[in-house]
Design a protein. Structure first.
Length: 201
């Protein structure tokens, strides 16, 4: 199952551009659903206006024994295509961070992710520059290191390049710096052909 997910991540170079050399041990299906749109399906296009409110997110492990009741999870969302797929001066843009999500199984074997844990950076809906092509919006679910207080995790105070000050920096650096282990991923794409945003406002 994980190989099928990786194949779809590779279709739009998500592994190459976002995951890079991180250990990619996918432990289950990361489901992301927006109320005003279809579910995210590893690379499908979504309407920008349908993705402005935070989605419902669940994680269904392939094997429940791989996550224990005491484990904590972190959910990240990033845009590696800012301002475009070929120009990365603002990349990556941080769109969401939540930590300390508990491993609590529902009746269908799923773990509720949205609405759980501690929100470190509030959800920001996609807002790519007009006519900048499709942007990839990538959700990454990580297992937190055991015994580490998430209050010590890097504080992302600037969403541009996740505050690292280097174009192209982002979720990869956050995961590495905080000792997170990537266990789930999903993504969708948004193109803006109508709205002129003022990013300096």
């Amino acid at each position: 199952m994980s190989s099928a997910i990786v194949t779809k991540l590779n279709k739009e170079d998500v592994v190459k551009d976002v995951v890079k050399d991180l250990a990619l041990e996918l432990l289950g299906d990361l489901s992301v659903s927006y109320a005003a749109a279809n579910d995210i399906q590893l690379g499908n296009a979504m309407a920008m206006e349908a993705t402005q409110s935070a989605p419902a997110v669940t994680f269904t492990p392939f094997d429940r024994s791989q996550l224990a009741a005491g484990d904590k999870l972190a959910l990240l969302m990033t845009d590696p295509d800012a301002p475009s797929r070929t120009e990365h001066k603002w990349s990556e843009v941080c769109h969401y961070i939540a930590t300390d999500i508990p491993v609590e199984y529902g009746p269908g074997g799923e773990i509720a992710i949205s609405g759980k844990g501690t929100v470190r950076n509030n959800y920001i809906g996609p807002g790519p520059p007009k006519n900048s092509g499709y942007h990839r919006y990538v959700f990454l679910l990580c297992k937190q290191p055991e015994g580490v207080d998430s209050a010590t995790f890097t504080k992302v105070e600037n969403i541009i390049s996740w505050g690292y000050g280097t174009p192209g920096a982002g979720a990869y650096d956050y995961i590495k710096q905080n000792g997170l282990h990537l266990i789930g991923a999903n993504y969708f794409m948004v193109e803006n052909t109508t709205v002129d945003f003022n990013y300096d406002a």
